[in-house]
Design a protein around this ligand. Structure first.
Ligand SMILES: *Cc1c(COP(=O)(O)O)cnc(C)c1O
Length: 366
């Protein structure tokens, strides 16, 4: 076969262990999954009700323009409908952007460690990847600027950054955007936007209005709790959206997903409740880390990266035997650490207790 050279040896996405899988292997009855930053409170009842009441034909293709959700989101955000693009999860928007802009001879700039799909899609397209190490968990925007040249087509910013949880503040973002050439697309991935509480966070709507080379990505997978439906969206200037649209698959938002997202959008009370609970949950982890003298990054997302300075895989296995699935730092480019999704109060308490036993049993000293 005449495969693209760059996909030789490229690894398929490694999903976190499934609940059923872990239950079986360890003979456990209850498993708490804190590995993929899913919402521990599920999703809005309004979304459930909508899906249960859906009784139209499964035989019909979905609306290829996602008209109803588009109109609701346009009103909700205060952007024109032509400034919106939908993806089968924001994952697919990352693919669409890469497909539209990246190819051999071009390069793309991103932080490391960050969300791995930027790198993955750039690899498939054969573009040169320029990874700029984080500094204290944050994007090194000056170094990213210095990495941009004539052949740079896309710059990826993840704010708050997965896996560190650190955000880019307004001042730093504006200084950066003022210097980026305006023929370079800046992707601002805000998968955790709804969780952010920092006062000096930028207003992405203003940013997209003022910089015609910025596209903002958001998702219904995280705080809205609809990861299984795969609905993400992007907003930016009409020119960007017009150029990306032909690269999108015609029916990428399925009927049930579009309807569930529409119902969930209307329930901002649920969103606000989750945001509040998340803040309290983060405090549980902060207190634990401070007591145990563990390094961590203050997070603006619904996850926390904790540095145990141990073998991450060993801690990961230990927690799994106790019924808690987290992400090993080894898989995230953060050896010694684990990334834990903030769960419900009791789930957090449970995983914290398990981490405490690990520290005692393994005589971990900071
Ligand atoms: C979870 C996540 C996404 C992908 O979410 P979708 O389910 O594809 O919408 C994108 N970016 C970051 C940083 C994420 O953590």
């Amino acid at each position: 076969m005449k495969w693209k050279q760059q996909i030789n040896g490229l690894k398929a996405y490694q999903p976190g262990r499934s609940i059923e899988d872990v239950k079986k292997e360890y003979g456990l009855e209850k498993i708490v999954k804190l590995a993929s930053n899913e919402n521990p409170f599920g999703s809005s009842n309004k979304a459930k009700e909508w899906v249960q009441s859906y009784d139209s034909s499964y035989a019909l293709y979905p609306d290829g323009y996602t008209t109803v959700l588009r109109s609701a989101l346009s009103e909700f955000l205060g952007v024109d409908e032509k400034q919106l693009i939908f993806g089968n999860g924001s994952d697919e928007l990352i693919l669409i952007i890469s497909r539209a802009l990246l190819e051999p001879g071009k390069n793309t700039v991103m932080a490391t460690p960050t969300f791995p799909q930027y790198r993955h899609n750039a690899t498939v397209e054969g573009a040169e990847i320029r990874e700029v190490p984080l500094v204290d968990g944050a994007h090194d925007l000056d170094a990213m600027l210095a990495a941009i040249d004539e052949q740079t087509a896309v710059v990826w910013l993840c704010s708050p950054n997965n896996p560190t949880g650190i955000y880019i503040n307004n001042e730093h973002l504006i200084q950066f955007l003022d210097k980026v050439p305006n023929d370079v697309l800046v992707v601002l991935d805000e998968a955790y936007y709804e969780y952010v509480t920092a006062d000096d966070y930028y207003n992405a709507l203003e940013v997209a209005k003022n910089y015609s080379n910025v596209i903002v990505l958001r998702t219904f997978s995280k705080i809205y709790g609809l990861a299984s439906f795969r609905v993400g969206y992007g907003f930016g200037s009409e020119e960007i959206i017009r150029a990306l649209e032909p690269v999108r698959e015609p029916f990428n938002i399925n009927t049930l997903g579009g309807g569930a997202a529409l119902a969930a959008l209307a329930d901002q009370e649920f969103v606000n409740k989750c945001k509040e609970e998340n803040k309290k949950g983060l405090e549980q982890f902060y207190q634990f880390c401070q007591k145990e003298n563990l390094d961590y990054y203050p997070s603006e997302g619904n996850f926390i990266l904790i540095d145990f300075k141990c073998d991450s895989d060993q801690l990961f296995e230990y927690l799994m035997k106790k019924g808690y699935i987290v992400r090993s730092g080894n898989a995230l480019g953060c050896p010694g650490a684990v990334r834990v999704t903030v769960g419900s109060h009791d789930q957090n308490e449970g995983v914290i207790q398990a981490m405490k036993s690990f520290i005692v049993e393994n005589a971990i000293r900071q």
